[in-house]
Design a protein around this ligand. Structure first.
Ligand code: MG
Ligand code: ZN
Length: 228
């Protein structure tokens, strides 16, 4: 017999401490995101926000894309991380100009931090900017940064219920990358189910199956981004 949890505790409306704060903050963030977007457009720059949990392959995906596109576009990256520069260093090793944002205890990037990073980039010399968000499937969804497209990277190692447990971030996604396809058979993951879960929350999302390790599916991501 399957036992289900019978009592679920949820915050009542107005009960959560930071509600009013959050409303103002989210509005301020949206306004700044629009300014970032306008600034990027003025310089003819496309920006792509890459979200997803820690260890799913956000950095690896950006590295792979940079390797494929570096002769065609002048590429910069903004790497958000709590304290380290590991990801920024990796991306920079492929020739992209990288600005690191250390968020300290903040678990997401916001439009203000991205604005500050953009001030450190010579925007006249850039065509394409990748923004690697902090590894987290929850709050980045609520903080648009001013990018043209948002990618969510998920990994087959994250379990079968990942999408339905975090619907909001998938609603925000233009592209969902399913990474680590090379271990699909070994893990026995039902990839079709993951794809249909994504489409149930966001029927417009493009889902691309990738193995950053094997380098497969990268051109499909580039294609989904309307890049060449
Ligand atoms: Mg990373
Ligand atoms: Zn956060």
């Amino acid at each position: 017999m399957v036992r289900c949890v019978s009592r679920i505790i949820e915050a009542e409306e107005g009960e959560t401490y930071d509600i009013e704060l959050a409303e103002d903050l989210l509005k301020a963030n949206r306004d700044l995101a629009r300014e970032n977007w306008a600034l990027l457009k003025k310089h003819g720059i496309q920006a792509i926000d890459v979200m997803g949990s820690v260890g799913t392959g956000k950095t690896s995906l950006i590295e792979q894309i940079v390797q494929k596109l570096r002769g065609k576009y002048r590429i910069a990256a903004i790497a958000g991380d709590l304290t380290t520069t590991i990801d920024a260093d990796l991306i920079a090793s492929h020739g992209a100009a990288v600005i690191q944002i250390n968020t300290g205890k903040e678990c997401h990037l916001d439009a203000n931090l991205v604005r500050k990073a953009l001030q450190k980039i010579d925007l006249r010399k850039v065509d394409l900017i990748f923004i690697e968000n902090v590894g987290n499937l929850i709050c980045p969804a609520e903080f648009p940064l001013g990018s043209d497209k948002r990618i969510v990277v998920i990994s087959l190692t994250e379990g079968p219920h990942l999408v339905i447990k975090h619907p909001f971030i998938f609603m925000e996604a233009d592209i969902v990358v399913i990474n680590k396809m090379d271990v699909a058979d070994a893990l026995g993951v039902n990839v079709d189910k993951l794809v249909s879960d994504v489409h149930r929350v966001n029927s417009n999302a493009r889902v691309v199956k990738v193995s950053c390790k094997m380098g497969t599916g990268i051109l499909d991501v580039i294609n989904a981004l309307d890049l060449k």
